[in-house]
Each structure stands twice: as C-alpha cells, then as structure tokens.
Write a protein that binds this ligand. Structure first.
Ligand code: OAD
Length: 265
C-alpha cells in the first residue's frame, strides 16, 4: 500500500517535471506552506496563526485604526520570528530555477522575504503580492522604507513613525479589505495569463486575487501543477497534484533541469 502511494507520487513528480521542462513561461505561486519547514507559522491549519488570532482583530485597516499598538505588537512579534528563519531547500531550488530560466517567475503571497533572500541579487525579484514584514509605510504620506528594526510597542508613543513626515507608520503589508498594489497585481496577472505552466505551492488558495492566478493560466491554455500536503480548491483544475512537503518535492521537480527537454510532439 505504502509502496503504491510512493509510486503514485513518483509518477506525479515525473509528469510535473516533464510539463515544467516543456513550458517556456512558468509562474510559481507560493503560499505559507513553502515556508513551513523554515519555521514560519502558516495561517490556516492545526497550528495556523488564524487559530489563535482573529484576522479581523489584527490584519485589517479597522483593527489598526482601533488599536495600532496591538497590531504593531503582533507584526513586531512576527518580524522577530521570521528574522530568525532561513530559506529552505524549496526556496533555494526555485531561486536556482529562476536564475537558470529567464521565463520562470515567482509570485508569492508570503510576507516573510524568504524567496528574495534565497534569490540574492541575481535575476528578477519575486513578486510579493501581500507586501513584506520588513517594510514599513507612512499612514499619511507616500513614504515607505525597508525596516528590519525590532518594534517597540510598549505604548502608542514608541510605535514606528514616518521617517519623512513624522506621522504614525504601519506595517508594509496588505490587509484584508485592502487592494493589492496595482502595479504588482498587473504584473502577476500578465505573467499568469502568459504562462504555459503555473506551479502552485503551499497555499490554501482561498484568498483572492492571488488564488485566481492559476485559473488565468489554465484559461489561457496552460497547465496547473499543485504541490501541497492537502487538497485545496485548486486541486480540481490541476493537471497534476502532488501530495507532499514543498521542501522535498520542489527540489526534485527542478533537479538537473539543464538536461535537454525531450523533442516536442
Ligand atoms: P494558509 O495557511 O492558508 O495555507 C497554507 C497551505 O500550505 C495549506 O494549504 C497547507 O496544506 C499547505 N502546507 C502546509 N505545510 C506545507 C508543506 N510543508 N508543504 C506544502 N504545503 C504545505 O496560507 P496561504 O494560502 O499562504 O494574507 O494564505 C493566504 C493568505 O491568507 C496569506 O497571504 C495571508 C493569509 O491570511 C493576508 O494576510 C492578506
């Protein structure tokens, strides 16, 4: 029985590898699951952040208007947790694939910065749909800046302030009820619509517009490949769904990617 299951997984990996090698344009859409083995908590699931915190108490503009100290305390804690984490084998394999293949782009919902860290300064940066824990932006003017400082949320007076105008600053992330940066979203839509393959990794695929990107690829004639430990709403549109941890599956999808692709039919 176990051997059958592992043969099914091997077959799915082999099929996915072929699809990825034949694709000239590839988008990789990632979610919190890809960073799970790096020690970054996911949002949903048994130990997910939304089990112990209500999204609307912490990740909405209303929550920040009501209690900026509480919201900053939570984001400061997450910044600290993530600052101690490092990219894992899945981030590194994707970064290497993006370096080798100019047609491969990473689009992430994650705010942990681990794709960018794995990529270093080479190649196109990942598109961060939901912003970054390591950016801070002004609530009044247009200023925003990289920020890896610990957050002192002991009182309203100690919260981060704008470096330009002195107004209260906020985390540089997209909250529920807010729009994504239109330039980032336009790029993501363009890439997904033009992709021959969309590889979806470690997302529960319930938050839009990110979750709709894979369907753009499929509607334009491309294929969807999913890597996740559980089924998701995207599983039914996936040409291949691989059940497994990103950290072990992703490196095997791109291993020896420089081998010439088989002749196309
Ligand atoms: P979720 O926590 O909703 O989903 C994580 C997904 O990763 C689940 O489908 C898990 O089954 C899967 N998973 C867990 N461990 C895995 C592993 N080792 N390998 C592969 N898959 C694994 O996180 P997201 O889908 O990223 O938005 O959440 C989407 C958005 O909702 C987030 O960006 C955030 C959140 O609320 C905002 O804050 C705006």
């Amino acid at each position: 029985m176990e051997r059958d299951a592992s043969r099914v997984a091997d077959d799915a990996i082999a099929t996915a590898r072929d699809l990825l090698r034949e694709a000239s344009q590839v988008v990789v859409l990632t979610g919190a699951g890809i960073s799970a083995e790096s020690g970054v908590p996911t949002f949903r699931g048994a130990d997910g952040l939304w089990k112990t915190h209500r999204a609307e108490d912490l990740a909405t503009p209303e929550a920040f208007a009501r209690d900026p100290r509480l919201v900053w305390e939570w984001y400061g804690w997450r910044r600290e947790v993530v600052a101690a984490c490092a990219p894992n084998a899945a981030h590194h394999a994707l970064a290497a694939a993006a370096r080798e293949r100019p047609g491969l782009r990473i689009i992430t919902q994650n705010v942990d910065g681990l794709h960018a860290m794995a990529a270093g300064h080479d190649g196109a940066p990942p598109l961060e749909l939901h912003g970054s824990l390591f950016r801070t932006q002004c609530t009044r003017c247009a200023a925003s800046w990289d920020d890896r400082q610990p957050v002192d949320a002991t009182s309203g007076a100690t919260l981060p302030r704008c470096t330009e105008c002195g107004a209260l600053a906020r985390p540089g992330v997209v909250w529920f009820g807010e729009s994504l940066d239109p330039r980032v979203l336009d790029d993501a839509v363009r890439l997904a619509s033009a992709a021959d393959a969309c590889l979806v990794v470690g997302t529960s695929a319930v938050v839009y517009p990110a979750a709709g990107l894979a369907d753009l690829t499929r509607r334009a004639g491309g294929c969807v490949i999913e890597v996740n430990v559980t089924p998701t709403p995207l599983t039914s549109i996936a040409a291949v769904a691989i059940r497994g941890a990103a950290v072990s599956v992703i490196p095997s999808l791109f291993a020896m990617d420089s081998t010439p692709a088989p002749p196309t039919r």
